[in-house]
Design a protein around this ligand. Structure first.
Ligand code: ATP
Length: 301
C-alpha cells in the first residue's frame, strides 16, 4: 500500500531522539493540532488532513523513497547514506529535498585516539574504522584515493577503539564532548549535515498537493521567524543611516517620532540574521538607547 491511497498527507518523523522534539515543534508552530498517544505508530492531526508516522530516523528515507510516506524529516547524513546504499543494491533511491531545516546540525567526522599522531589524510590509508555510515565514508575514501576497512556499528561507535574493535571511528559530532570523554580527537570532517524535509519522487494527488501548498509557506514562515528578531531602539536623528547600516539583514525600518524630542527617533525593524551583543554595543556607541531585541513567532510575506 502506498500513501497515495488516502487523501491525508502522510509525513514520517523520528519517534524519539535528537530530531523528534524539533520536528513536532515545527509542525505545532505551523498550526497542527497533533493527537499524540504513546506507542502509536500514526498520530493524526486534528485540524488538517495530515497524519504523522512516528518511526526510527533510519527508516524514514526508505519509507519516503518507497512511497509509504509522502514526506519525511530526516538528517542529511541518514538520507544520503541510505540513498548511496540503495544505489548499490539497485533499489529506488529518488527523492526531492523540499527544504533544509535549521535544526539537527552536526558533522560526520573521523576521529582517532588522542595519542595517535595525525599526519594528514594519506596517513588514514588502510585503517579500520568503526562507523554507522560506511557508504559516506567510502565516498570520502574514494575521493581521496585511500581505502578503509569498516566495522559497521549502529550505536556506541565511540568505544570501538578502546575495546580493540577498530583503529578509529567515523561518527556524528556536534560539540565534540563525547569524543573527548572517550579519549578521541577529531581529525577530518567528511560531511556536514542538517535536518531536511523530503518528498518522494513524482506528483502528489491533487488533495495532498493542496495540503502541501498550505503547509510549505507556514514551514518557511516558522524557519524565517526563528532566525529573525524584532528590534526596537531610540537613536539620534542625525545618525540614522549609520544605525540602520549596523543592523544585519534588516528590512526597511519604521522611524517614529518621540514625544518631546526633536533630536531623537524610535526605530523598529526586523533583522533576519543573528543579532550579536557586539552589534548592540556598537549601537550604544552611536548614541542609541532603549535597545530591545525580541523573538518573532510567525512571519509571512
Ligand atoms: P534512530 O531514530 O534510527 O535511532 P539515530 O540513532 O541516528 O536514529 P539520534 O541519535 O537521535 O538517532 O540522531 C538523529 C539525527 O540527529 C542524526 O542522524 C543527525 O542527523 C542528527 N544529529 C544532530 N546532532 C547529532 C549528534 N551530536 N550526534 C548524533 N546525531 C546528531
Amino acid at each position: 500500500m502506498t500513501s497515495n491511497d488516502t487523501k491525508r498527507l502522510r509525513i514520517a518523523i523520528q519517534k524519539s531522539g535528537r530530531l523528534s522534539d524539533e520536528s513536532q515543534g515545527l509542525f505545532k508552530k505551523c498550526g497542527m493540532k497533533i493527537n499524540l498517544a504513546d506507542r502509536r505508530l500514526i498520530a493524526h492531526v486534528a485540524n488538517m488532513p495530515i497524519d504523522l508516522m512516528l518511526v526510527r530516523s533510519s527508516d524514514i528515507p526508505g519509507l519516503v523513497m518507497d512511497g509509504v510516506c509522502d514526506l519525511g524529516i530526516v538528517g542529511d547524513n541518514t538520507l544520503e547514506e541510505h540513498a548511496l546504499e540503495r544505489q548499490l543494491t539497485g533499489e529506488n533511491s529518488k527523492y526531492e529535498k523540499i527544504s533544509s531545516l535549521n535544526f539537527g546540525a552536526c558533522r560526520l567526522s573521523i576521529a582517532l585516539p588522542e595519542e595517535v599522531e595525525y599526519e594528514g589524510i594519506q596517513s588514514l590509508d588502510g585503517l579500520r574504522l568503526a562507523t554507522t555510515y560506511p557508504r559516506l565514508l567510502n565516498r570520502f575514501a574514494s575521493a581521496n584515493n585511500i581505502k578503509f576497512e569498516f566495522c559497521k556499528l549502529n550505536g556506541s561507535v565511540e568505544v570501538a577503539p578502546r575495546v580493540g574493535l577498530a583503529d578509529g571511528i567515523c561518527d556524528l559530532v556536534s560539540t565534540g564532548t563525547t569524543l573527548e570523554a572517550n579519549g578521541l580527537k577529531e581529525v577530518e570532517v567528511i560531511y556536514q549535515s542538517k535536518a531536511a524535509l523530503i518528498k518522494g519522487e513524482g506528483p502528489l494527488n491533487a488533495v495532498k498537493q493542496q495540503t502541501l501548498d498550505t503547509l510549505l509557506p507556514r514551514i518557511k514562515g516558522v524557519l524565517k521567524a526563528r532566525e529573525s528578531k524584532y528590534i526596537m531602539l531610540h537613536a539620534p536623528k542625525d545618525r540614522l543611516n549609520e544605525v540602520v547600516a549596523l543592523m544585519p539583514g534588516s528590512e526597511t525600518p519604521t522611524v517614529l517620532p518621540l514625544a518631546e524630542r526633536d533630536d531623537r527617533v524610535a526605530i523598529h525593524m526586523v533583522s533576519t540574521e543573528t543579532f550579536f551583543w557586539e552589534t548592540m554595543e556598537e549601537l550604544k556607541n552611536l548614541g542609541c538607547n532603549s535597545i530591545l531585541v525580541m523573538p518573532i513567532e510567525k512571519m509571512m510575506g
